[in-house]
Each structure stands twice: as C-alpha cells, then as structure tokens.
Write a protein that binds this ligand. Sequence first.
Ligand code: C5P
Length: 214
Amino acid sequence: MRKMLSGTHILVTAGPTHEPIDPVRYLANRSSGKQGFAIAGALAAHGARVTLVAGPVTLPTPPGVERIDVETAVQMQAAVEAALPVDAAVMVAAVADWRVESAGQKIKKGAGGPPTLRLVENPDILAGLAASPRRPRLLIGFAAETEHVIDHATTKRARKNVDWIVANDVSGDVMGGTANTVHIVTADGVESWERMPKDAVATKLAERIAAALA
Ligand code: C5P
C-alpha cells in the first residue's frame, strides 16, 4: 500500500543544543528531544524520507530515520543546510539563543573571582530557512511558551514567516515529560488539541502534514 508521505523528504530538528563555555563545561536547556523524535518517527512511519538533526539527547533513533547528531546551534544550522532541499521542515529543537563568545582553555577557579561570560547571539535557524531561496514549501516552527501561549505563537508565526507554529505551554512538566498540550497556529486560525501523549501529537501532526503536502 502506498503510504501518505511516500516520495517526500522531511527535515526535523530536535533536542537542545549545548554551547561550550570551555572544553569541559557548557550552557544547555531542559529539552529532552522526545517530541521531535516522536515526530520524526511518525513521519517515517507514514513513508517520508526523514532527516533528523538532533542535539545532544539520549534517545534511540526512530526506525527508518536518518539521524545527524550535532552539539551546538552553529553545527545544527550547517546540518540543516546540508539536508536541503526538503519538502517540509519541522523545527522542534530548543536551540540555545546565545553561545559563549570564545570558549578556549578550561577556565580556572582562582583569585580573580567568578569569570564573566560574554555571550553572543546564535543564528536563528528557522528564520534563516524561512528567508532562504530553498525554503521548504511547508515550514513548521515550535513555540515553547509559559504564558499568553496563543498570542505569542501568532506573533511568532508572522515574524518568522513560517506556515504553522505548534505552540506548547511549557509552564508545567512538558519538558522531559511524556504528554503535551499543543495549539496549531496557521494562516487560517488556531486549532487547540487536547492534552495527549507526545507520540499521539506526533501521529496527528504527521497526518496533518501529509494532508497539506498532498
Ligand atoms: O523564537 P523562538 O526561539 O521561541 O522560536 C522557536 C522556534 O524557532 C522553534 O521552531 C525553534 O526550533 C526555532 N529556532 C531555531 N533557531 C534558533 C531559535 C529557535 O531554529 N536559534
């Protein structure tokens, strides 16, 4: 039987990024990668060729998914560019907003007191893809918010020039947890899904993506 996403190539980013402070320390966030990995698996199960660019997580690769492991935002951006062209991209990664300007030798604890870290902004991989001549025809961003979830997601959709924003309320135990409550913000409005396991969110989203690409 022909599967819904046969013949398509879809990019998924997932997980956090780690930004080195020095060779032994890094800045990170609480993303587990579970939602992004579940989406990659669901897309592959529906017949898509899936390239999963994953930050540092301890999750098994879903069956049928081609996985590229990266550590930093700059590496993730390079891996995303190398995966193009794609029909759709689902950018689930919790990319660090900042990196340490220069991470040289191990910083020594000493008489000078605590070090000052100079941060510089990381590239916005999603916005870069939206502005690229190789923009996928369906570009989906995620928005992790702790308040005014739908308002912020609606603004973000317009500002980043993406087709859909999947907004999730991360004020509870979403990060690292197994369930998620999401709102799909598109040009046509907002669809709020009931709280469900991340695997179920992934399956439902894969079906919606298949319908949009058909
Ligand atoms: O602006 P904000 O970080 O909240 O946007 C979240 C969305 O943008 C997610 O889809 C995330 O994967 C993507 N993003 C990105 N590169 C960044 C920051 C966010 O691709 N540097």
